[in-house]
Design a binder for this molecule. Structure first.
Ligand code: IPE
Ligand code: IPE
Ligand code: MG
Length: 246
């Protein structure tokens, strides 16, 4: 297990994204309901957020609920929605203490309207913080994000605000939910699944992928450090040769 002093603080990825998977299996393994696993996952979130602050990471993006997760049993969906908003409210003081700014990405119109104001308040209460930007992906689907971006760009072309020839990576990037946030250098998925599940498809074009067999409720700061140390050993070539880089 890696500790903080083994991490090279000069080579911290600016942005780490995590697919927090395995809550249901964690609970089932203990003879409990899936929801118990989601609740237990909050401890991991807190630990990973605090660790990210400690090592001076700029952006942490957590996949909390996918666009496809709406298809789960209604009781589970309701429980997750409640857990998300309650957790956010409880953690505001921790965010403020750690200078964490909260950000949300996803199809937020799908969120239960009764929580709109509470989400808005949570965002506003941390909007002045300028340390770690913690982005929660909720009701998030990357394909939908890209479709929305295509619509935005088409609209701008239609009104004459943008020429077709001027559409480039910057224009597309600025049309995504993640506008203004640098692409993740490191993407972590827990629970031993080796897939992306519709997460940040555009943004992870050159991310380093790291898969942990731990289930999310067991994931702790040391596991984050393990992933970062692994990342720090890799050579990111971006299509070039090793010789060109050295
Ligand atoms: C991740 O854990 C949390 C969400 C997707 C909301 P899961 O609920 O997917 O847990 P498993 O993968 O079924 O174990
Ligand atoms: C991905 O996990 C979404 C989140 C972690 C929020 P899932 O458990 O929904 O992914 P699949 O269905 O196994 O691909
Ligand atoms: Mg899962």
């Amino acid at each position: 297990m890696a500790y903080k002093d083994q991490v090279d603080l000069l080579k911290i990825p600016k942005h780490v994204a995590i697919i927090m998977d395995g809550n249901g299996r964690w609970a089932k393994g203990r003879g409990k309901l899936r929801v118990f696993g989601h609740h237990s996952g909050v401890t991991s979130v807190r630990d990973v957020v605090e660790a990210s602050v400690e090592i001076g990471m700029g952006y942490l993006t957590l996949y909390a609920f996918s666009a496809e997760n709406w298809n789960r049993p209604r009781l589970e969906v309701t429980a997750i929605m409640e857990l998300l908003i309650n957790t956010m409210q409880k953690e505001i003081s921790m965010f403020t203490k750690n200078n964490v700014r909260l950000n949300l990405i996803g199809n937020l119109e799908m969120l239960p309207p009764k929580y709109y104001d509470q989400w808005q308040t949570a965002l506003e209460q941390t909007s002045g913080n300028n340390g770690l930007t913690l982005t929660l992906a909720i009701s998030y689907g990357s394909r939908l994000e890209l479709i929305n971006a295509a619509k935005k760009i088409a609209g701008r072309v239609k009104t004459g605000d943008l020429k077709i020839d001027d559409i480039d990576e910057t224009v597309v990037g600025e049309s995504l939910y993640t506008a203004g946030i640098p692409d993740p250098e490191l993407l972590i998925r827990t629970s031993g699944e080796y897939r992306i599940s519709n997460f940040l498809l555009w943004q992870i074009a050159y991310a380093e992928l790291y898969f942990s067999t731990k289930l999310w409720p067991d994931f702790r700061r040391e596991d984050l450090f393990d992933a970062i140390i692994d990342y720090q050993k890799r050579e990111r070539r971006f299509g070039m040769t090793s010789d060109q880089l050295n």
